[in-house]
Design a protein around this ligand. Sequence first.
Ligand code: ZN
Length: 241
Amino acid sequence: MNLEQKIIKLSEYINQARNIVFFGGAGVSTESGIPDFRSVDGLYNQEYDYPPEVILSASFFKNKTAEFFKFYKNKMIAKDVKPNAAHFALAKLEQQKKLRAVITQNIDGLHQMAGSQNVLELHGSVHRNFCMVCRKPHGIEIILESEIPKCACGGIVKPDVVLYEEHLNNEMLVQATNYISKADVLIIGGTSLRVYPAASLIYDYAGDKLVLINNSETTFDERVNLLIRTSIGSALGKCVL
Ligand code: ZN
């Protein structure tokens, strides 16, 4: 099948579907101009005193809080970014009652900004922050405005983002597994599937319409029913009307 035929096939899947689940990685956000953590041009190849996976760890947060926030504010909070065609197409599929859930590894909140309601943010969100002492929730502004964000009670405000050395929210993983196991179409986009839990979650899918939309090769290319090597925005944009 050439690309055009594959897009037609995806349209057929989507037209017949009643229970689509989308699982997305960094590639969904790179189309909005947010750098991919693990890609060649991504954060991991930029120069800092410490590698990002060290800075973005729970122990670094605890021991070098100001440095953590400096990096976090510069690199993890993308300012003035907007949802792209992929986000909007997925929001539309949800409105059309075809899509049940978006499961994402991204923390930028762009799916919600595009209008999606049911979004499982496996790695948290930069838009949610909480006081480590009194647990009061805080918006993103307090993070942007201060060197070390502090709550009125004096406690440090911590982003609700899963850091290295921290566990994913187990309840959310169970939910994600549930959605995926019941999906009639599972669309995976913008992830190399190398990072836990992405690779393990796709084994929960029991159907025969597993779609992978990715710009580069993955180790799962052979296992999927429909492999589309293009941008997610362009693929979904053509299929969702
Ligand atoms: Zn507090």
